[in-house]
Design a protein around this ligand. Structure first.
Ligand SMILES: NC(=O)c1ccc[n+]([C@@H]2O[C@H](COP(=O)([O-])OP(=O)(O)OC[C@H]3O[C@@H](n4cnc5c(N)ncnc54)[C@H](O)[C@@H]3O)[C@@H](O)[C@H]2O)c1
Ligand SMILES: [Zn+2]
Ligand SMILES: [Zn+2]
Length: 389
C-alpha cells in the first residue's frame, strides 16, 4: 500500500510499504477514505516528540471503511463507514471503565518512555511515535485499529464524510476542552488558537452554555472563520494587547474560562516568547509557554484554565503564584473522544455543529508532503489538509 512516512524532522515522503494485518482478535483493518492533518502532527514533524523512527507512518484523524475484522469483533462488518478515535482505549482497565479512555493502562505496548518521563505510562495514540505505542498512522491506504469495539464508531446517515472525519479528533478535542472548562450559563470564554481544534472548542463552548466566546489568533482567515462559522468575537494578538482587550471585554474581571488550543509551539509577540524560543532552540527546555501564561494571567479569580494544546515536557516560568492566589482550576488531558462521538454525531445531524468547514484542502495521499507544508506554514488559508489515498 501507499503511506506517508516520517523520515527525519521536517522530512516526509510517500512510500510503498507492507499492508497492515490483524494482530489481535479485537483489531479491525480499515480502508482509509479520508485522513486529516492535525496540529499534533506538527510536533512530530518539528522533532519535538522523540521516539520517531524513519519510516513511521503518521496520521491519526480519519474516516474509513471496514475491510477485515478480528475474531472477537461482532459489532462491525465489512463495508461499514466508521471513524476511529485517535487516542486508544482498551475499555477494560480502571481508567477506561471511568470513561477516562486517554488514561488507558493497556493500549500502549511501549510503556517505558512515558513511564519514565511522566511517572506512569500513557495510552497509545494512532500514528504518534513509539513513545505512544508505535502504531502505524492513517495517512495510508489501510490502517489497523486496535480494540476496535471501543474505538470505532459507525457514522450515522445524515453525517457526511467531510463532517465525520473530524469526529475522530478535532471535534471531540474541542468539545472536551470546553467540557473540562466547567462552563456555566452566562460565562465568557476565551479560546487561544483558531486552528481546527480551537474552532471546535469555540462552537462547543456555546453548545455547553457560554454566553460569549472570544477567539484569539493572528491569521485573519482563521479569525474570520471563528467569527462567521463558530460565532466568536475575534481578537488578533498581533494588533491587539490580548490581556487588556480581555479585561476590557469583561468589565475588568477577566474571562470566566480560558482554553489553550495552541500548546507548546506557540508563537508570540511579547518578551517571554523570545525567551522561550531561545531556550527551546538550545534544548534547555521543551515548551513555549507564552499562551498558557497569558491564559492564566487573564483568567478571572476562581475561574478555570483548560489546556488541550499539547505540551510534552518541562515548562519554564510557570505562574504557579497566579493559580494559587486567584484560586484557579487547571484542567487538561488528551481527548477521550469515545465519551463524545455519539453526542457529536447527534449535534451534527441536528445542524448544531458542522465541522466540515475545517476541510480547506482536499488532496490525494501523494500530495501529502505538500499538504503538510501548507498546514505548517498556514499558507493559502490551509486550516486542515485532508488526504484521500
Ligand atoms: N489534547 C488532545 O487530545 C489534542 C488533540 C488534537 C490536537 N491537540 C493539540 O491542540 C493544539 C491545536 O491543534 P490544531 O490542529 O488546531 O493546530 P493548528 O496548528 O492548526 O492551530 C494552532 C493555532 O494556534 C495559533 N497560535 C499560535 N500562537 C498563538 C498565540 N500566542 N495566541 C493565540 N493563538 C496562537 C496559530 O496561529 C494557529 O492558528 C495543538 O497543540 C495540538 O497538538 C490536542
Ligand atoms: Zn490530533
Ligand atoms: Zn484502558
Amino acid at each position: 500500500m501507499r503511506a506517508l512516512t516520517w523520515q527525519a524532522p521536517n522530512r516526509l515522503q510517500v512510500d510503498t510499504v507492507p499492508d497492515p494485518s490483524i494482530v489481535n482478535p479485537r483489531d479491525v483493518i480499515l480502508r482509509v477514505i479520508m485522513s486529516s492533518v492535525c496540529g499534533s502532527d506538527l510536533h512530530l514533524l518539528g522533532g519535538y516528540v522523540p521516539a520517531m523512527k524513519p519510516g513511521d507512518i503518521i496520521g491519526h484523524e480519519f474516516l474509513g471503511e471496514v475491510v477485515e475484522t478480528g475474531s472477537a469483533i461482532t459489532g462491525f462488518a465489512k463495508g461499514d463507514r466508521v471513524i476511529s478515535i485517535s487516542i486508544i482505549g482498551c475499555g477494560d482497565c480502571e481508567h477506561c471503565k471511568r470513561s477516562d479512555f486517554s488514561c488507558c493502562d493497556n493500549s500502549n505496548p511501549n510503556p517505558q518512555a512515558t513511564d519514565l518521563a511522566y511517572g506512569q505510562p500513557c495510552c497509545g495514540i494512532i500514528g504518534y511515535s513509539h513513545a505512544f505505542g508505535g502504531y502505524a498512522g492513517s495517512h495510508a491506504t489501510y490502517v489497523r485499529v486496535p480494540y476496535a469495539d471501543v474505538n470505532l464508531f459507525k457514522v450515522p446517515d445524515g453525517v457526511s464524510d467531510q463532517q465525520a472525519v473530524f469526529v475522530s479528533d478535532a471535534a471531540p478535542t474541542g468539545y472536551y476542552a470546553a467540557d473540562i472548562a466547567d462552563i456555566q450559563p452566562g460565562d465568557t470564554v476565551a479560546v487561544w488558537g483558531c486552528g481546527g481544534v480551537g474552532q471546535m472548542a469555540i462552537r462547543s463552548a456555546y453548545l455547553l452554555g457560554a454566553e460569549r466566546v472570544i477567539g484569539i489568533d493572528r491569521f485573519p482567515e482563521r479569525l474570520e472563520l471563528a467569527e462567521r462559522k463558530a460565532g466568536a468575537i475575534p481578537l488578533n494578538y498581533e494588533t491587539t494587547n490580548v490581556h487588556e482587550a480581555l479585561l476590557e471585554l469583561t468589565g475588568g474581571r477577566g474571562p470566566d474560562r480560558c482554553i489553550d488550543c495552541v500548546g507548546m509551539e506557540a508563537h508570540g509577540t511579547e518578551l517571554d516568547y523570545a525567551y522561550d524560543k531561545t531556550k527551546q532552540m538550545l534544548r534547555l527546555h521543551t515548551e513555549r509557554g507564552n499562551v498558557l501564561r497569558q491564559a492564566i494571567r487573564a483568567c478571572r479569580k476562581g475561574g478555570t484554565v483548560s489546556v488541550i494544546g499539547v505540551y510534552g515536557g518541562l515548562l519554564d516560568k510557570f505562574p504557579m503564584g497566579a493559580i494559587v492566589n486567584k484560586a484557579l482550576t487547571l484542567r487538561s488531558g488528551q481527548q477521550p473522544g469515545q465519551r463524545y462521538a455519539e453526542r457529536l454525531f447527534e449535534h451534527i445531524r441536528k445542524g448544531e455543529l458542522d465541522p466540515a468547514y475545517l476541510l480547506t484542502h482536499p488532496m490525494s495521499l501523494e500530495q501529502a508532503p505538500e499538504g503538510y507544508r501548507l498546514f505548517k506554514e498556514k499558507s493559502e488559508g490551509c486550516l486542515r489538509a485532508v488526504f484521500t489515498p
